[in-house]
Design a protein around this ligand. Structure first.
Ligand SMILES: NC(=O)c1ccc[n+]([C@@H]2O[C@H](COP(=O)([O-])OP(=O)(O)OC[C@H]3O[C@@H](n4cnc5c(N)ncnc54)[C@H](OP(=O)(O)O)[C@@H]3O)[C@@H](O)[C@H]2O)c1
Length: 279
C-alpha cells in the first residue's frame, strides 16, 4: 500500500519525526476524510489537524478507513484559543481525542499564544502534565515568537519539542529558525507552499522549478526540508499529495538557493503573534 518513502528528522528526545506530513485545514466531512485516507494510503504518516479546523472526526474516520496501523500514524492536534487555561486545555484536549477516536495524540500544540488572554503559560503547564501522564507523546506550540517561547521555558524549564510557524521561501523567518535550533526545537512550517503570498507565481521560483522539471510547490517544500524543517502541505488532490512528498529528484544547488533567498518578504510580512489571535 505504501509508495512514499518520507525522510525524518529527530525530536529533542531522539524520536524520529516525519519531515513531510499532510495538512488538513479545510478538509472536512466525507470528502475531507476521503482526501486524508488517500494521503495515508499513499504513505503519509504525519497528519496535522486542530480543534479549530472542525475536522478531527474526519481525521479519525480516515485513520480507520485507511487500513494503516494507527500506531504508525503521528496525529498532531492543537488547543484552540477558547480552550486555553489549566482545566479548559485538558477538557479541550480530551474532546479532541474523543473526536479523533484516539487514546493519545502524537503531538499536541498550543495553536496561538493569544497574549490578550494571558493563558498560554497555564495551558503549557497542562500540556506538560498530559505528557507526564502519557496522554500525549510529544508537546509543543504553534505561532510562538522567540520571546514567547522563552517565557514558557523560563517559567517551567520545559522546552516545547516543536514550534509550528508560518514559513516558506516567501517568509523565511531566519531568527525564529535560529532560536529553535539553539534550543533543540523542531521547526514545522505551515503554509509551506506560500499560496497566501502568491509565491507560486514568483519568477525566481518558477525558474528553479523549470530547471529541475518539477513544480514550484516541490521546490518550496524541498527548500524547507533541506533545512530540516518539517512541512505539512495541504492538498485535497491525491496526485498532488504524492508530488508534495516526492522530493528526491529536487536537488537544489547554490545558484538555486541564491534565487530562493531573494523571495523572502521579511519577518514583518508574517502574521505577528503579538497581535494576531485566534480563539
Ligand atoms: N498553526 C497554524 O496556525 C496553521 C495555520 C494555517 C495552516 N496550518 C496547517 O498547515 C497546513 C498547510 O497550510 P495551508 O493549508 O495554509 O497552505 P499550503 O499547504 O501551503 O497550501 C495549500 C494550498 O496549496 C494547494 N496545493 C497543494 N499542493 C499543491 C501542488 N503540488 N501544486 C499546486 N497547488 C498545491 C492546495 O490546493 P489543493 O488542495 O486543491 O491541492 C491548497 O490550496 C494546513 O492545512 C494546516 O494543517 C496551521
Amino acid at each position: 500500500m505504501t509508495t512514499l518513502s518520507i525522510p525524518t528528522t529527530t525530536l529533542a528526545d531522539g524520536s524520529p519525526f516525519p519531515l513531510i506530513g499532510i495538512g488538513t485545514a479545510g478538509l472536512r466531512g466525507v470528502e475531507g476524510a476521503e482526501a486524508i485516507t488517500a494521503a495515508l494510503r499513499s504513505g503519509y504518516r504525519l497528519v496535522d489537524t486542530a480543534a479549530q479546523y472542525g475536522n478531527e472526526a474526519a481525521v479519525g474516520a480516515a485513520l480507520r478507513a485507511s487500513g494503516v496501523d494507527a500506531e504508525q500514524v503521528l496525529v498532531t492536534t492543537k488547543i484552540a484559543g477558547g480552550d486555553q487555561g489549566r482545566e479548559a486545555a485538558r477538557e479541550g484536549y480530551l474532546g479532541s481525542l474523543r473526536r479523533l477516536g484516539l487514546e493519545r495524540a502524537a503531538l499536541v500544540l498550543i495553536h496561538w499564544p493569544n497574549p490578550s488572554r494571558g493563558l498560554a503559560l497555564e495551558t503549557w503547564r497542562t500540556l506538560i502534565d498530559l505528557k507526564e501522564e502519557g496522554r500525549a507523546l510529544h508537546i509543543g506550540v504553534s505561532n510562538f515568537r522567540p520571546e514567547q517561547l522563552q517565557e514558557l521555558i523560563d517559567a517551567t524549564g520545559v522546552v516545547p519539542e516543536v514550534n509550528q510557524i508560518q514559513l516558506s521561501p516567501a517568509l523565511q523567518r531566519p531568527e525564529a529558525v535560529a532560536f529553535h535550533r539553539e534550543h533543540g526545537i523542531v521547526t514545522e512550517a505551515w503554509g509551506p507552499i506560500g499560496s497566501r503570498d502568491g509565491l507560486g507565481e514568483q519568477f525566481a521560483l518558477r525558474r528553479v522549478a523549470h530547471k529541475h522539471g518539477v513544480s514550484t510547490a516541490q521546490v518550496s517544500l524541498r527548500w524547507a526540508v533541506d533545512q530540516d524543517i518539517v512541512v505539512i502541505p495541504k492538498s485535497a488532490d491525491p496526485q498532488r499529495q504524492i508530488d508534495n512528498a516526492t522530493l528526491d529528484q529536487v536537488v537544489l544547488d547554490d545558484a538555486d538557493r541564491e534565487l530562493l533567498a531573494s523571495l523572502d518578504l521579511g519577518e514583518d510580512a508574517a502574521w505577528d503573534a503579538r497581535e494576531h489571535e485566534e480563539w
